[in-house]
Each structure stands twice: as C-alpha cells, then as structure tokens.
Design a protein around this ligand. Structure first.
Ligand code: ZN
Length: 415
C-alpha cells in the first residue's frame, strides 16, 4: 500500500506549493509599487488590477483544490481499475477507452472553470471577447487534440514496452524529442487551427521590420497578423522557424495600438533572442525535461507493484500514462521549471540589451509599459514567486536594467 500513499503525498505537496505561492502573492496587496512603473496604471486602473488578480487567484485556488480532490478520490478508490474491468474488448481497446474516458472527464470538469475565467473574470475586466461559439469550439478542439496526443503516447509506450522492455523507453524518448523539435518548427501550423493569420500589408512597418531582420542576418519569410482580438484584448508577438528563415506573427492588437518604433523595439528584442539561439536552448531544455519524464515512466514500468496496488493485474501502460499525467508530471515540471525560468529571465535581460544596442532602448521602455498595461501585468509580484515561476523579469526590473545599460553604454553614438 505504499504507492497509493506516496501518490497522495505528491498530490498534497503539489496543492500546498500552489496555495503557498498564491498566499505570498496575496500578501503583496497594499505594498507600494516600484518607482519606474508607478505611471503605468492610474489609481483606478491599479485598484481594478488588484481586484482582477485577486479574483483570478481565488478561482485558480478553487480549481486546484477541486482537481486535487478529484485525483485523491480516483486514486484513493482504485477507480481506474474498476472502470477498466467493466470495459468491453481486449486489453488494447479497454486501455484506449479508459484513456478516452479519463480525457473526457478531466475536460468536462475543467469546462466550468474555463467558462468562469473567460466569461466572468476576463470579460468583466474587459479582456475576453470570446463568443460562446468560439469558446465551445476551443474546448472541443482542445479535447480532440488532447485525446489524440494521449492515444499516441499510450500506443508508443505500450508498443515499445511490449517489444523492447525497458530499453523501449529510450526509443520513446527519441520519438518525443523529434516530436518536440518538430512542434517548435510547426508552431505556426498549430496556430492556424485556432486563429486566422493574414500577411501584413506592404508599408513602412513591414519595411522597418524586414530591414531590422536583414541587418541581423536573417531572411524574413513573411509577417503575419493574427486575429487575436477575436478572443482577447491582450497583446503579444512571436517568431517561428528554425535556421535563417523567420516567420513573424503579430497580434492584431499590437499592430493597431502600438507605434512603429515600439513594434520595432519588440522585434529588436526578439532578434536578441535569435542571435543567442535562446529558442533553441529552450527547446533543448524541453528535451532534457522529456528525458526526466521518460525516466519516471521507465521507473513506473519496472515497478509492477504500482499497478498492482491500484487493482491492475500487472504493469498497465494505460495506468502508467494516466499516473504520469495526473500525479508525476506536475511535480517534475515544477522542479525542472525553477532553473529553466532563471535561465529564461537571464535571456530576457540579454535580449533587452540587444534592443538597446540597436537604438531602441526608449521605444522598448515605452512598449514594455504599454504591454504591461494592456496585458494587465503584475507590477509588483512577490520576489519568491518571481524566482520560482517567472520566465520574464518584472517590468520594473527590466526598465531599470535598460536605463542602466543606456547610461552606462553611452559611447556607441547611435541615434
Ligand atoms: Zn523575450
């Protein structure tokens, strides 16, 4: 019976970690804002931000507690093997059905939370414009994608485990690594599932961005504008494509609300990432994370007691997949994300420095302030939360670093 207890402890620890961070965040209410970001929200705006973040935090906490309760109930009552035994068909069919049921149950249970988040909280503060039809479509697409990924993962694990035993996990890991790299290359293909992308029309913005990329030694394949305003008033931009050929995607909110200098500053920053191959390093880190997760799966497969303790007759690959996702993945990811976020924050400072060197320091500061306002960012998060979870430094820290670099490196003479 030690495995059920071990997993219940993991679920409890994960919940405790989440709640402690939320409490730390809540304790920041009433602290004065750092000097550099005091002009981002007016008094009304900031009061609204405090309410918004408190509401989101509470909703997140309720969802987390609810999820932990569902998991505890499922693992505490051996529900998985009980359902498995009542399903028709051979082992493979039963396994796929169980996985499908589990994916459906977790999706259905998260729908009310997603609904409240989108239609109550985000909409109340004017961020979400998601129509009910878009919401339903997103939920269904999300379910189908999850079900397919789960089924593929199960089939890969079951097949290699049956054929190669423990060594098979190395093969699964290689397949996953290829998948992760392909995914980062095909990011824009996936965005098309959810969004419409239109090429940015000819004009000075297009010329400025193309010139910026050319100077840095990249070929710009195309610039797209994504219809993000259909869902959100928040702002973002990203770049995809490996190697020299880059594809930029801008949220339409960015194109409509920001000056050309500010948009160029955002991309001077992005180029800073590319020059240092930050995206590739992030992908490499993800592959490393996969290795840890695969090792956890191999540990499961070599320990039949885990399946037995939950009422299965031997090692059950489908139970392994469920266990991995529901219990093991979050703690493993949480631990791996701490060094990864620290690395990502360093990359952000460096990319900001690249923008300063291209002469866009002031434009970047003004873009960062607008971005913080439009994305309703936390201007004063708890330092412990930043250290553990943030993949970007706070706006105040970034502005301070940009100012320091501008006053320190005044010898360049760029206009
Ligand atoms: Zn960045």
């Amino acid at each position: 019976m030690r495995y059920p207890i071990l997993f219940l402890i993991l679920i409890a620890l994960d919940l405790a970690y989440d709640l402690v961070l939320r409490i730390l965040q809540a304790s920041r209410r009433g602290e004065p804002l750092p000097e550099t970001v005091r002009d981002i929200y007016d008094a009304d705006g900031y009061a609204r931000w405090l309410d918004y973040s408190a509401e989101k935090r509470k909703l997140g906490a309720v969802e987390k507690i609810f999820d932990a309760a569902v998991l505890t109930a499922c693992f505490g009552t051996r529900a998985f093997s009980a359902v498995y035994e009542r399903l028709p068909g051979g082992d493979a069919v039963k396994s796929l059905l169980l996985l499908l049921i589990w994916t459906a149950v977790t999706t259905v249970l998260s729908v009310p939370f997603d609904w409240v988040r989108e239609k109550r909280v985000e909409a109340k503060y004017g961020f979400s414009r998601t129509e009910t039809s878009t919401f339903v479509r997103d939920e269904i697409t999300g379910f189908v994608v999850n079900a397919l990924l789960n089924a593929a993962l199960y089939l890969a694990v079951a097949w290699t485990w049956g054929r190669f035993g423990l060594r098979g996990f190395f093969i699964v890991f290689l397949i996953l690594a290829v998948f992760v790299v392909a995914f980062s290359m095909l990011a824009t293909v996936f965005q098309r599932l959810y969004n419409k992308l239109e090429p940015l029309p000819e004009g000075t913005l297009r010329d400025t961005l193309a010139e910026l990329f050319r100077k840095a030694g990249y070929e710009l394949e195309n610039i797209y504008v994504m219809d993000a305003s259909r869902r959100t008033t928040k702002v973002n931009a990203f770049c995809s494509g490996l190697g020299r050929f880059k594809r930029i995607v801008l949220y339409d909110n960015l194109v409509n609300g920001y000056s050309e200098d500010e948009i160029a500053a955002v991309f001077a920053h992005e180029l800073g990432h590319y020059r240092r191959r930050d995206t590739m390093k992030n992908t490499a880190f993800t592959v490393l994370l996969m290795a840890v997760v695969t090792a956890a799966a191999a540990w499961f497969a070599s320990t039949p007691e885990m399946s037995l303790a939950y009422g299965f007759e031997g090692v059950s690959p489908v139970f392994g997949v469920i266990l991995l996702q529901a219990v093991l993945l979050t703690p493993v990811m949480t631990l791996c994300m701490i060094p990864r976020s620290a690395m990502a924050r360093r990359f952000e400072y460096r990319a900001d420095a690249a923008a300063v060197e291209s002469g866009y320091g002031e434009a970047l500061i003004s873009a960062l302030k607008k971005l913080s306002r439009d994305n309703f960012s936390d201007l004063n998060p708890h330092p412990a939360v930043v250290a553990l979870e943030y993949d970007h430094p706070t706006t105040a820290d970034r502005i301070r670093a940009i100012r320091e670099r501008e006053s320190g490196g005044a010898s360049g003479g760029t206009a």
